[in-house]
Design a binder for this molecule. Structure first.
Ligand SMILES: Cc1cc2nc3c(=O)[nH]c(=O)nc-3n(C[C@H](O)[C@H](O)[C@H](O)COP(=O)(O)OP(=O)(O)OC[C@H]3O[C@@H](n4cnc5c(N)ncnc54)[C@H](O)[C@@H]3O)c2cc1C
Length: 436
C-alpha cells in the first residue's frame, strides 16, 4: 500500500512537471506549423537572400535561435527541430548562429548555383560579365557592414586592374546606387585616385532612408574607407543618415541624385551606361543597387496622383486626414497602426486576404486592439478599383464602396532588379554560364 502511494505520488509529481511542458510544446509546435503553412501559401517562406541553414542532425530543438532573432518569425521549432518559417524576413544579423549552443545553424546563401535569385559572382564579386561587379545586398548578403566591406573590396580589385586613364570622358568606374555599398565604393575610388561617378535614382543613403523614423539600426563594427570606424552596436536611423551626409560633404563625393540607370551595355570593351538623363562610358561598373527594387504598384486608375505613396516614414506628419493603407504585411500594418494613433485621422486598411496572418504578433495585437476600439477599419477580401482626387473606390465582399480619401499608402512589396541584370547578360544561379 505504501509503495503504491509512493508510486502514485511520483507519477503525480512527474505529471505536474511534464504535462504543462508537453502542452506548451504542442501548442508552440502547432503555431509554428500553421505559420509555416501560411508563409508557404503566400510564397514568403523562401529566403530573399541569406537565411539560417539548420543541420537537422545536430539541432536539439531548444529554440535559442528563435529567441535570439530580432526579426521574430524567421525561425520556429517544428517537430523538435529549428526550421525557417518566414525566410523573406531574414535580415542576416546572424544572432541565431551565435545563440545555437550546439553549432547546428549557419547563416548564408546555401549553394548559389541552385538559386535563381542570386547572381553568380567570383570571389571578388565580379559577375559573369567581365568588368561588372556587384557590391552589397544585390549580391544576396544584407547588412550595412557587408555592403561597406564589399564596396571597398570590389574597388580595390578595380584599382588593381586599372592602368592610367587619359580620356576625360571615360570613367574608370560608374557606381550604380548610393547606399552603404555605393558610398564605400566611391570612397575607395577616391583613395585610389580613380575617375568615378555615382548615380542614384533617389538620394544618398540607400535603404536606410526608407527605415521608419527613429528606427534603431543594429550594426557590427566596420571601417568606412577614408572616414573611420562605425563602432557602436546600435545607431538611430537619423544618426546613420547624418553620417552619410557628412561623408558626402567632407569628401565631396561625385554623386548624381535623382538619376536612374536604365541599361548597361558592353560596347568595344567599354560600358555604355544609359540613364534617365544622360549616357556615360566607363571601364568598369559597380552595381550597388540593393534588392528592394521598385515598389509593386496597384495598377489602378488614379495611381499616378501625388497623394499615392509607397512608403511611410513619419506617421506623425499626417493628422486630420482620411488615410487608406493597402497591403497586409508588417509594413502595411505598422503604417496603419501609426496613422490611426495620430489625432483626427480616419484610417482604413484594405487587404486582399481574409486576415492578417503574415504579421508579427506585436503588430497583430496592435491592429486588433485599434479595430476593436473603432479607431481603424479593416476591409478584408477587398481590392482597390480606382483612386480619385478626394475618394477611393474599393471592391469589397458586399460590392464596390467609395470612401473619402486624402492619401493612399501602398505597401504591397517590391520587384527586385533581376530583369535589368539579366538584360546586361549577368547569369544567376541555376542558369547556364555564358562565354565571356
Ligand atoms: C526594414 C529593414 C531593416 C533593416 N535593419 C538593418 C539593421 O538593423 N542592420 C543592418 O546592418 N542592416 C539592416 N537592414 C539591411 C540594410 O539596410 C541593407 O543590407 C543595406 O542598406 C544594403 O546596402 P546596399 O548599399 O547594398 O543597398 P541599398 O541601401 O538598398 O541602396 C541601394 C541604392 O541603389 C539605388 N538604386 C537602385 N536601383 C537603381 C537604379 N536603377 N539606378 C540608380 N540607382 C538605383 C537606390 O535608390 C538605393 O539608394 C535592414 C533592411 C530593412 C529593409
Amino acid at each position: 500500500m505504501e509503495t503504491l502511494l509512493i508510486w502514485g505520488l511520483v507519477v503525480l509529481l512527474v505529471g505536474a512537471i511534464f504535462i504543462p511542458y508537453l502542452i506548451k510544446f504542442r501548442k508552440s509546435r502547432q503555431v509554428f506549423v500553421q505559420r509555416k503553412e501560411e508563409a508557404r501559401a503566400m510564397g514568403i517562406d523562401r529566403p530573399r537572400a541569406q537565411y539560417p541553414m539548420v543541420d537537422r542532425s545536430q539541432c536539439i530543438g531548444c529554440g535559442a535561435c528563435v529567441e535570439a532573432c530580432p526579426e521574430h518569425d524567421v525561425l520556429g521549432v517544428v517537430w523538435g527541430v529549428a526550421e525557417v518559417i518566414n525566410g523573406e524576413r531574414c535580415v542576416g544579423h546572424g544572432l541565431c548562429e551565435k545563440a545555437c549552443p550546439v553549432g547546428a545553424l549557419k547563416v548564408g546563401l546555401g549553394d548559389i548555383k541552385t538559386r535563381p535569385d542570386i547572381p553568380i559572382l567570383s570571389p571578388v564579386n565580379e559577375t559573369t560579365v567581365a568588368g561588372i561587379f556587384i557590391a552589397g545586398e544585390l549580391g544576396g548578403l544584407s547588412l550595412i557592414r557587408n555592403a561597406i566591406s564589399q564596396g571597398h573590396m570590389v574597388v580595390d580589385e578595380i584599382a588593381r586592374r586599372s592602368h592610367k586613364n587619359t580620356k576625360s570622358d571615360l570613367f574608370d568606374l560608374v557606381i550604380v546606387g548610393a547606399g552603404p555599398a555605393g558610398i564605400s565604393a566611391a570612397l575607395t575610388a577616391i583613395q585610389h585616385k580613380l575617375n568615378y561617378l555615382v548615380l542614384d535614382e533617389r538620394e544618398v543613403g540607400g535603404t536606410i532612408l526608407q527605415y521608419p523614423r527613429r528606427k534603431l539600426v543594429m550594426t557590427q563594427p566596420v571601417e568606412i574607407p577614408l572616414y573611420g570606424w562605425l563602432k557602436q552596436d546600435e545607431y538611430s536611423k537619423e544618426a546613420l543618415v547624418e553620417t552619410w551626409r557628412e561623408i558626402t560633404a567632407r569628401f565631396q563625393l561625385r554623386v548624381n541624385s535623382g538619376e536612374r540607370v536604365d541599361s548597361v551595355c558592353k560596347i568595344n570593351g567599354h560600358f555604355d551606361i544609359r540613364t534617365s538623363r544622360a549616357a556615360y562610358s566607363a571601364r568598369h561598373v559597380v552595381l550597388a543597387m540593393g534588392r528592394r527594387g521598385t515598389p509593386r504598384k496597384l495598377e489602378v486608375p488614379g495611381e499616378e496622383q501625388p497623394k499615392v505613396m509607397y512608403s511611410l516614414i513619419d506617421a506623425q506628419s499626417y493628422t486630420q486626414q482620411h488615410m487608406l493603407v493597402v497591403g497586409g504585411g508588417d509594413s502595411a500594418v505598422e503604417a496603419a497602426v501609426g496613422l490611426a494613433r495620430q489625432s483626427g485621422n480616419v484610417v482604413c486598411i484594405s487587404y486582399r486576404k481574409s486576415s492578417f496572418f503574415r504579421v508579427k504578433k506585436k503588430n497583430e495585437d496592435a491592429i486588433t486592439t485599434l479595430i476593436a476600439a473603432g479607431k481603424l477599419t479593416a476591409l478584408f477580401d477587398s481590392q482597390v478599383l480606382q483612386i480619385k482626387p478626394k475618394s477611393v473606390v474599393i471592391q469589397c465582399k458586399d460590392g464596390p464602396r467609395e470612401i473619402p480619401n486624402d492619401y493612399v499608402i501602398v505597401q504591397v512589396g517590391g520587384i527586385p532588379p533581376h530583369d535589368m541584370l539579366k538584360q546586361m547578360g549577368i547569369t544567376f544561379g541555376g542558369e547556364m554560364q555564358p562565354i565571356r
